[in-house]
Design a protein around this ligand. Structure first.
Ligand code: ZN
Length: 131
C-alpha cells in the first residue's frame, strides 16, 4: 500500500519523459513485493503511455504522427489555443497500470513508462498508488 505524487519538469512543447525510474523508486520505497501500481496524470494537456524506451526514434515517430493527424491550424473552438494538446492527451490516456512482482515493475524488455507532454514546457505532477 502507498500513494503519493512526484513532480516532473518538461522542457519543450511536446516531449516524452521516461518516468520509469521514479515510479520504480516509489515501489522500492514502499516495500511491496507483489501488487499493482497505478500511475495517474492529473493534467488535461498531457498523457501517460507505455512504449519502447530503447530507441528514442520511436518517441520521435509517435510525436511526429500525432502532429500530423491532429493539426495545429484546425478552426478549434477552445479559445485557449491548445486544443491539439487536449486531443492528444485524450488519445493517449491519463493513466497506466503495471503489475509488481518481487518488488519490481513488470514491464516488457523494451517498455518504459512515459509522461507525455503536449503543452509544455511546464512543471507537472504525477500521482501513483500501490495496492
Ligand atoms: Zn486548454
Amino acid at each position: 500500500m502507498g500513494a503519493g505524487t512526484f513532480s516532473v519538469a518538461t522542457g519543450s512543447r511536446m516531449e516524452f519523459l521516461d518516468i520509469t525510474g521514479q515510479v520504480q523508486k516509489e515501489v522500492a520505497r514502499s516495500g511491496i513485493s507483489d501488487g499493482i501500481c497505478y500511475v495517474y496524470n492529473p493534467h488535461t494537456t498531457a498523457g501517460l503511455t507505455i512504449n519502447e524506451g530503447a530507441d528514442p526514434a520511436v518517441q520521435d515517430d509517435i510525436l511526429a504522427v500525432l502532429k500530423k493527424i491532429i493539426p495545429f491550424d484546425h478552426p478549434y473552438r477552445h479559445m485557449e489555443g491548445n486544443s491539439p494538446a487536449h486531443i492528444m492527451a485524450s488519445l493517449l490516456g491519463s493513466s497506466v497500470t503495471v503489475f509488481i512482482e518481487n518488488g519490481q515493475l513488470v514491464l516488457g524488455t523494451w517498455q518504459k513508462i512515459f509522461f507525455c507532454e503536449f503543452d509544455g514546457p511546464r512543471s507537472r505532477k504525477v500521482k501513483w498508488k500501490l495496492l
